[in-house]
Design a protein. Structure first.
Length: 140
């Protein structure tokens, strides 16, 4: 069995952003040489997420509106976590809802997706450097 590891780094301009990272994951898969196995992609920060969904702008607006209703950023005083000097209590909750990671089967050297599926990085407390891990295991 073979294993491959790569990190992506993001510093978003906005506090909340969704970034399609499917092409970067495909590049990592090609670099790995793995043809059959599993690909794990996870956010390496507690206020960011990796998830699979459709790439459609209306959906992104729906996500942002829905998440803001569930865990509004302001007032920041509503979160006990923010008593530590942070202002990102909402970002931790948003990450919990959207998830930490995805695992995708690798078949014939390709990510084995269903229709419309793509991989996204979700940032909920941006404007600073954060990492995403790609770990691929399998056979050549």
């Amino acid at each position: 069995m073979k294993s491959f590891r790569k990190e992506l780094v993001f510093t978003t301009k906005n506090r909340v952003e969704f970034i399609n990272i499917t092409s970067q994951v495909n590049e990592a898969l090609a670099e790995s040489g793995i043809k059959e196995g599993l690909c794990l992609v996870n956010a390496m920060h507690i206020t960011a997420s990796v998830f699979i969904n459709d790439h459609e702008s209306g959906l992104w607006n729906d996500y942002q509106n829905w998440l803001e209703k569930l865990a509004p950023h302001e007032p920041v005083s509503q979160y006990l976590h923010n008593r530590t000097g942070e202002d990102n209590g909402d970002a931790h909750l948003k990450r919990q809802i959207m998830g930490r990671e995805v695992t995708v089967a690798v078949t014939g050297g390709q990510l084995d997706f269903g229709p419309w599926e793509q991989i996204f990085y979700g940032e909920f407390d941006g404007r600073r450097r954060k990492r995403v891990l790609i770990k691929i295991i399998g056979e050549s």
